[in-house]
Design a protein around this ligand. Structure first.
Ligand code: F6R
Length: 364
């Protein structure tokens, strides 16, 4: 059942290119994105004044990435919120808004409650859900089914990756329908989406290098992940993957926030992972990495091929293929999933069933 892999998590990491490809194929036909299966018309899309993305855990991290992508491409204001906060804060909702609930299981109690709250206020809802027929899928006005297939490992990988694709497709389609991008930009984004599975495959093919590095981190006490913009969203997910399965304390910080307190935690040898996929923010994050290094940090850089001068700063570098910067999360997250996995294995932990965690959180 693990198809020759030692753990479900590793099997599922390897299933990502296929899961992503299947999810892309479900909405992209002959170079055109088609949301009719989701049940959203172009008219619906033109009328949206505000988007609220609501989710928990890794699905929330997808929302953080999607917020940057949708606002930048489609020019619609997006607010992303933890479902457990959304449901109790009596949110002010634009009646012409769209509430997007992202959930692998479709059963997460807080996410379901958020969906019901939105519906009771008459706000349109879209579920991005993996499990067919789950509560969120049944109750949302429209559903985008991610085609990750069953996910067994508690730590999500392939479902997360397909949730990103759903959000990218939504962003590109909204941008087109609302006239924010022209036909050639649209064709470029769709074509770029279709290159992701092959690029993901290449990153997974390099896993031994991550394994070697991860094995050396098994005794780490704290790990920090830093990045700006979409690289911050990637950092959030990298940090969660690390802490949930390796039991190493880790934090993700928007790189510019470090010096507002957290940098005092950097000691000699503390691992700081700088995520640098966004070219316009590259120099800024590098300078934050240098600040950490001068306090004794040991630096890993995660960036795209071509940024070779990172080797002047970082002690260890992982390169991922280039893609459009909006879609960078899909590629950069993979080495971080592998890092969490291999640290957990090096520590001899129960990778697929980490302590205290359940696959589906049906209590609040
Ligand atoms: C982390 C993880 C969790 C889930 C969260 C939401 O690896 O799997 O953080 O992402 O519990 O679950 P769903 O997507 O089922 O609502």
């Amino acid at each position: 059942e693990k198809a020759g892999f030692e753990h479900f998590m590793m099997k599922e990491i390897h299933e990502q290119p296929k899961a992503v490809e299947d999810t892309i194929r479900s909405v992209v036909k002959d170079g055109t994105i088609d949301f009719s299966g989701v049940g959203m018309t172009e008219e619906d899309m033109r009328g949206i004044r505000q988007i609220y993305i609501v989710a928990c855990g890794s699905a929330y991290h997808v929302g953080v990435a999607a917020q940057y992508v949708i606002e930048d491409m489609a020019k619609i204001p997006v607010r992303v919120e933890l479902a457990s906060e959304f449901r109790y804060r009596h949110p002010l909702l634009d009646p012409e808004g769209l509430v997007v609930v992202i959930s692998q299981s479709g059963e997460t109690a807080d996410s379901l409650a958020a969906l019901r709250e939105a519906k009771s206020r008459g706000i349109k809802t879209l579920g991005i859900v993996n499990v067919v027929g789950s509560s969120i899928a049944r109750e949302a006005d429209n559903v985008f089914y991610t085609l990750a297939g069953p996910e067994i490992a508690v730590a999500t990988t392939k479902a997360y990756s397909t949730q990103l694709i759903a959000c990218y497709a939504l962003a590109v389609q909204l941008a087109k329908v609302r006239g924010e991008i022209d036909d050639s930009q649209y064709a470029y984004y769709v074509a770029e989406l279709e290159t992701l599975p092959e690029k993901m495959q290449r990153i997974i093919g390099d896993k031994e290098r991550i394994q070697w590095f991860a094995a050396k981190q098994a005794a780490a006490k704290d790990i920090f992940f830093i990045g700006r913009g979409i690289d911050y969203a990637i950092s959030l997910e990298g940090s969660l993957k690390m802490k949930e399965i390796s039991y190493i304390h880790s934090e993700a910080y928007a790189a510019g926030e470090l010096k507002h307190g957290t940098i005092s935690l950097i000691e000699n040898g503390t691992l700081v992972i700088g995520v640098l996929t966004q070219q316009e923010l590259y120099e800024k994050t590098v300078s934050n990495m240098v600040e950490c290094k001068s306090r004794g940090a040991y630096l890993m850089g995660l960036t795209t091929y071509g940024n070779y001068n990172i080797e002047d700063t970082a002690d260890f570098v992982v390169y991922v293929p280039k893609t459009d910067p909006h879609f960078a999360t899909s590629l950069a997250v993979i080495p971080l999933q592998l890092m969490g996995y291999y640290v957990s294995v090096a520590k001899g932990l129960d990778v697929d069933k980490p302590r205290n965690l359940a696959k589906s959180v049906t209590v609040e």
